[in-house]
Design a protein around this ligand. Structure first.
Ligand SMILES: Cc1ncc(COP(=O)(O)O)c(C=O)c1O
Length: 494
């Protein structure tokens, strides 16, 4: 009797528990409604990209727009159509602007309609590329193979998508640190063995190289900034002298970072000479090729990158010259075993199996600190397959031709002064004036606010420069004319 009541209780209890556990999901109640708005969003974004030139590059953000993004946590639901309306009215007109052909600031790729579609597809799949056995990871492995082929690395090299080159450089420093100290550094941290380790890069290197040294625990002071020549390229003889000096002082050189396309002026270090030095002195040779490495796809630029194939690791971004939408940084490492031994951390809950979904080891999480990882590889895969590597290379070459056109326009104007010639896709110049630093900074801010063009500024030899980096495949001579004409007009007002 008692046992049959217990059974009845259990059955009732189970039913109750099942009732409590059933209910609404977050899927749409009306799929046709979301389909309709989804199609509208897609059409709107095609219009956004197609008609980019018709809009201002950028616009100042009115206070009331900014205030809309200071709301408390929305507890209640909202209709997607209303949220989309907010996006259209307040986000779209005040986005970065790098889709626009006249965006020339910093180093921003323009993206493509193909990449945008791929982003939507990967959003739908919602794949997690930390690990397990599924084709999205094969797509990432395919990109590693293509990247390896592009730079001339041997088979067996490893690769990993990351957010950007800043992180890829940091991972490279971490791997080089493991090469110098052994995997014991992972348990013991920086013991006496790490004392005196020094790395080298040029004065023109990106600031993230120093930051990588700081984050690695070796410290920014352990990075030597080597002098550059008149074209902002590292002076190999100065590098060799610095290595010799450190050695004779009892310090331990372990890494050299070359730059393929410097952020300020697009300088390419003599990678072949740096590689030779690194071999002679048994140093890790890393190349920061944030945008420049993809120059390997351009027949006219590839010879200038000679020596990159000798690197131990290369960091670069598909989201810059590769035109893949943000973000799509990449790290390529010659020695996959060392790469893996720097990061792989066995854990019971990540046990690998010979079959089933937990097969397919090693997993991407064995090659970097990210366990949850999105499907960045898909947008790079679509971009490379749809356009073909040659067409991406041709777009890269054309950005350099556009930069040369800007250089000629600057040279032809007596009111303008060229501060750095177009070695690659970047031109630095300024309006001549008594207080040129203040004036040129003001010209750039005025340009941004006018919506005509968006170059950025930098400081070269202590002088403020207007810096135009032609990264976007959409930029044409007419955008350069608009930039130069506006600089002359704004400068003339002073
Ligand atoms: C030479 C160089 N290195 C590193 C970086 C940093 O790359 P990311 O912005 O993808 O982190 C940049 C960015 O412009 C760069 O030009």
């Amino acid at each position: 009797m008692a046992s049959s009541r217990q059974e009845a209780d259990t059955t009732d209890g189970l039913q109750e528990a099942a009732r409590a556990a059933s209910g609404e999901t977050l899927d749409p109640q009306d799929w046709s409604a979301i389909r309709a708005i989804g199609h509208r969003m897609l059409d709107d974004m095609f219009d956004y990209v197609e008609h980019a030139r018709a809009r201002p590059v950028w616009q100042p953000i009115p206070d009331e727009v900014r205030a809309r993004f200071r709301e408390p946590l929305p507890r209640a639901a909202s209709d997607i159509a209303r949220v989309y309306e907010e996006f259209v009215r307040y986000v779209v007109p005040h986005a970065t602007g790098n889709v626009h052909p006249a965006f020339m600031g910093w180093v921003h790729g323009g993206g493509t309609a193909v990449g945008m579609l791929a982003e939507m597809l990967s959003g739908g799949l919602n794949a997690n590329l930390g690990g397990r056995d599924h084709v999205p990871i094969e797509v990432e492995r395919q990109i590693t193979e293509w990247a390896r082929e592009m730079v001339g690395f041997p088979s067996g090299a490893s690769g990993l998508f990351v957010t950007g080159t800043s992180i890829a450089n940091f991972l490279a420093v971490t791997i080089a640190r493991t090469a110098a100290l052994g995997t014991a550094v992972r348990q013991r941290g920086l013991t006496d063995a790490a004392k005196g380790l020094v790395a080298y890069t040029s004065r023109s290197a990106h600031g993230c190289v120093r930051q990588a040294m700081e984050l690695s625990g070796l410290g920014g002071d352990a990075l030597r900034l080597i002098d550059t020549d008149s074209l902002h390229r590292i002076r190999p003889e100065a590098l060799e002298a610095a290595i010799a000096e450190d050695r004779s002082a009892g310090r331990k050189p372990f890494m050299v970072v070359g730059t393929a396309g410097s952020v300020d002026v697009g300088a390419i270090d003599d990678l072949a000479a740096m590689h030779a030095l690194c071999r002679e002195h048994r140093l890790w040779f890393h190349v920061d090729g944030a945008f420049g490495a993809l120059g390997m796809l351009s027949p006219d630029l590839a010879p200038r990158l000679r020596g990159i194939e000798g690197a131990d690791s290369i960091a670069f971004d598909f989201h810059k010259w590769g035109q893949v939408p943000y973000d799509a940084g990449f790290l390529l490492v010659r020695d996959a075993t060392l790469h893996r031994s720097t990061f792989a951390s066995p854990a019971a809950y990540l046990r690998r199996e010979a079959r089933g979904l937990a097969a397919g080891s090693p997993w991407p999480c064995d090659f970097g600190p990210d366990l949850s990882r999105g499907f960045r590889a898909l947008k790079a895969w679509f971009t490379l397959k749809v356009y073909g590597a040659d067409r991406i290379g041709a777009a890269i070459s054309r950005t350099c031709a556009v930069a040369r056109y800007l250089e000629r326009r600057v040279r032809a104007e007596t009111r303008l002064e060229l501060l750095a010639p177009a070695q690659l896709n970047i031109v630095c110049f300024r309006y001549r004036a008594a207080d040129a630093d203040t004036l040129n900074a003001r010209i750039v801010a005025d340009l941004h606010e006018s919506g005509i063009a968006a170059p950025s500024t930098t400081i070269l030899d202590g002088r403020v420069a207007i810096r135009a980096a032609i990264v976007n495949h959409r930029t044409q001579p007419q955008d350069i004319d608009a930039l130069v004409d506006a600089v002359l007009r704004l400068g003339g007002r002073s």
